[in-house]
Design a protein around this ligand. Structure first.
Ligand code: SF4
Ligand code: SF4
Length: 444
């Protein structure tokens, strides 16, 4: 198959050898969990429990508010102890439901749902919506919305994203190695919903074992899925870049969506969650993540209950091995630095990266030397040097004219900049400011 490489991109050391060979382990049930009401893009969920209520694992404890929102379920059996502000991954406080565990019984699935493919496609969407599934590659967009394109946007190409191009992370890789049949079944369900003409499973070339296993599984099950090995290049797993590589089409700038070019992209973790929701009626109450980096004593791939505080996971992995440098939720390119170990694991947490002190450089940004390297690597064809300056001096309308909102925040420009300018950080700030002002203007 002919691939269509996206422009730009970088080749950071992938550092996946720390955990790629490690089987996923189940974590012990946490003593208490803190489940934020906003673990997704869209309106925060509305609590349907009150302090003192007994809840069973899998019970709905907060309901989606509106179409673009997602339900939240109890990830343990216990008692609701509080509903209030709690530290979140973005360094702020946001509302969360605290449950104290009283019973470590596992989730009991419904009776297995048989003959799923004989059901009308649209009847599968409520199972996904009810389960509170969101994009688990980090985007956290509610999945039932993504799988409900309007009638005038038929989907030709379904692309399952097993690229996992963020350095260090190996959760999706392990999922493909340990649950190939379940992922395949999830793909078949999504295909049934969308009626796509072509279905692809894209895996980065640095995971030859996963590529081989998924190819063998597809062949054995006689499924009509193209397993594609895509070149190792960051950010190959970003939605727009993957669409370009696989089907050669560009999602329109200025707010275009994959459905505008007849495509839907779903992460393999999300696909697995869809399988569990449809086949077993299991809500999204846990996820696989990678705990990694040279700062942690015992790197692992773990299956973790949502709402588990980072401190619990750190203890389970033996704590810091050396003087702490940075603890990042996610990978080194797009992850977020943390300052509070009470922060819980949420639906979008793909990893926890611990960097020792001697691996964390202290940078002193200089003025731009106009080398143009950031422009060369930008996979969106933007001018990060200009966007950085506009953002720095609060020239937001100039930044908008230069397509600020098309930035996917991949961090390639910051990575490459010899003047150590914090480009993506400044751009992210400006994007937030532009969106906040737009919202304010719309509410006037
Ligand atoms: S962070 Fe934005 S501006 Fe920088 S390289 Fe990525 S897409 Fe381009
Ligand atoms: S890479 Fe850095 S120094 Fe070079 S043009 Fe971009 S912002 Fe300027």
């Amino acid at each position: 198959m002919i691939l269509h490489p996206f422009p730009g991109g970088i080749h950071p050391n992938d550092e996946k050898g720390l955990t790629a060979h490690l089987q996923v382990e189940d974590t012990p049930i946490p003593e208490r969990v803190f489940l934020p009401l906003s673990q997704h893009i869209g309106a925060p969920a509305q609590p349907v429990v009150k302090v003192g209520d007994q809840v069973r694992i899998g019970d709905k404890i907060a309901e989606a508010r509106g179409f673009v929102s997602a339900n939240i379920h109890a990830s343990v059996t216990g008692v609701v102890r509080s509903i209030g502000d709690y530290p979140n991954v973005f360094g702020r406080l946001s509302p969360a439901i605290e449950i104290e565990t009283t019973d470590d019984s596992p989730f009991q699935p419904d009776k297995k749902r048989e003959d799923v493919l004989s059901l009308p496609p649209q009847t599968l969407i409520p199972f996904i919506r009810e389960a509170g599934i969101v994009g688990m590659g980090g985007a956290t967009f509610p999945t039932h919305v993504k799988l409900s394109p309007p009638e005038d946007k038929p989907i030709q190409s379904l692309i399952i994203n097993g690229v996992e191009c963020e350095p260090y992370l190996t959760a999706d890789h392990r999922l493909m190695l340990e649950h190939p049949l379940e992922i395949l079944e999830g793909i078949v369900y999504i295909h049934h919903i969308l009626g796509a003409r072509f279905t692809y499973l894209a895996i980065e070339a640095n995971k030859p074992d996963a590529i081989q296993l998924m190819e063998e599984t597809v062949k054995k099950e006689d499924a009509k899925i193209n397993v594609i090995s895509v070149p190792k290049r960051y950010p190959q797993g970003a939605e727009k870049q993957l669409i370009k590589t696989i089907i050669g089409r560009e999602v329109p700038a200025g707010g275009g969506l994959p459905m505008d070019v007849g495509a839907v992209v779903q992460n393999v973790g999300t696909t697995f969650a869809i399988y569990e929701a449809i086949r077993w009626g299991k809500p999204l109450i846990e996820r696989i993540l990678t705990v990694t980096g040279r700062g942690v004593k015992s790197p692992k791939n773990l299956r973790v209950r949502l709402g588990t505080p980072v401190q619990d996971i750190l203890d389970l992995c033996g704590g810091w091995k050396t003087e702490p440098g940075k603890l990042i939720m996610g990978g080194p390119m797009m992850g977020i630095n943390q300052f509070d170990l009470r922060v819980p694991v949420t639906k979008g947490t793909s990893g926890i990266l611990l960097l020792p002190r001697d691996e964390v450089g202290e940078y002193h940004p200089h003025t731009c030397i106009r080398c143009g390297r950031c422009v060369t690597v930008c996979p969106m064809g933007l001018l990060p040097n200009f966007l950085g300056v506009f953002s720095e001096y609060a020239r937001f309308s100039d930044a908008e004219r230069y397509h600020l909102l098309d930035c996917i925040e991949c961090g390639s420009c910051t990575y490459i900049c010899p003047a150590k300018r914090p480009l993506v950080q400044m751009i992210r700030y400006a994007k937030g400011e532009v969106l906040r002002r737009r919202k304010k203007a719309a509410n006037k």
